[in-house]
Design a binder for this molecule. Sequence first.
Ligand SMILES: C[S@@+](CC[C@H](N)C(=O)[O-])C[C@H]1O[C@@H](n2cnc3c(N)ncnc32)[C@H](O)[C@@H]1O
Length: 136
Amino acid sequence: MKVAEIGTGTGMWLLDLASQLPESVQLDGFDLSEEQFPARYIWPANVTFDKLDAFGDVPDHLANKYDVVHLRFWCCIVRNNDPTRLIRHAAGLLKPGGYLQWEDANTGKTVVRGEIAEEFAKVVRSTFSAEELYFE
Ligand SMILES: C[S@@+](CC[C@H](N)C(=O)[O-])C[C@H]1O[C@@H](n2cnc3c(N)ncnc32)[C@H](O)[C@@H]1O
């Protein structure tokens, strides 16, 4: 099985996944910049990180290679409310019948439920002034 994450940043999602899956699963993280990649000496044997523009063409050696493509927190990056090129890129990495998993934030409407969430909400408030929080 092969999993790719595009816009992987620090690679924390992939590294967490690596700790829960067998080493036979190949996990590849891609990002426009390698600045946030974890230090190479902590990469598990089945994890790699590489530079790749998620709005560009998929190189031939990566085309249709992945069972799962994961994206997270692209809401601040997609311009003009048009994710077409990003979706085309993600689909180009996927094998036919593969899965696209996309997690994102509903910015502008964040629901806060429970004590721990309320503590976190205080931090969010001081960091993102435009964020509206709805306490339940
Ligand atoms: C908000 S961070 C999310 C990081 C990671 N997905 C996570 O959830 O921890 C967005 C990431 O997208 C990357 N990015 C922005 N534009 C990109 C592009 N055109 N191609 C690939 N990665 C890009 C940024 O460098 C950054 O690491």
